[in-house]
Design a protein around this ligand. Structure first.
Ligand SMILES: [Zn+2]
Length: 185
């Protein structure tokens, strides 16, 4: 299946769910603009790409940057697979649960265990979709892993989890499940 067809089919699938999941541009929402500004301030400028580069799921809305339509279809599909995990988390925990676990457990920054666990669940899906579409080399790519580690330990998600080893062990464990399913040379 080509990249565009795969992406279009996935967006259509999301919209056809019992509670439709819809994509909206962040720059059409004042609340999203407010969140972007708040994050810039709270992270002392460390997260200043929330509106321009980041995709964010809140409930059944997947908020995308203004230039989303110019992203390659393959990259967009991969991101949506990650975000769908967050949709399922919202369905499981509800808004109040998500705000508490994602935002405040036990701390909003520095030691955000709840956010780290929820994000890890979604990044495991990121590794799976890499493996599915681009094979072992893509899923095992050190640069991809370093990028994921930075997300956890750096300002992107408010320094959610300082333990690099925790992230790397989970990445290794996930890769292990791929190699057991399809042994690598
Ligand atoms: Zn995520």
């Amino acid at each position: 299946m080509d990249d565009r067809a795969r992406y279009d089919a996935y967006v259509a699938d999301l919209a056809a769910l019992p509670t439709p999941v819809l994509l909206r541009a962040k720059d059409t929402s004042r609340l999203q603009g407010f969140i972007a500004g708040a994050l810039r301030v709270l992270t002392l400028g460390g997260q200043d790409r929330y509106a321009s580069e980041y995709v964010t799921t809140l409930g059944h809305t997947i908020w995308v940057p203004a230039d989303w339509d110019r992203w390659p279809h393959r990259a967009r599909y991969k991101v949506l697979r990650h975000e769908r995990v967050h949709v399922a988390q919202f369905e499981r925990l509800g808004w109040v649960g998500m705000v508490l676990v994602y935002g405040f457990l036990p701390l909003p920054a520095g030691l955000a265990w709840g956010r780290a666990v929820l994000e890890w669940e979604a990044y495991a899906e990121t590794l799976r979709v890499e493996f599915e579409l681009d094979g072992w080399a893509a899923a095992a790519d050190r640069r991809l892993h370093d990028g994921i580690v930075r997300r956890f330990t750096g300002p992107d998600y408010g320094w959610m989890w300082p333990f690099e080893g925790w992230v790397r062990r989970r990445i290794a464990r996930e890769l292990d499940t791929f190699s057991r399913a399809a042994p690598q040379p």
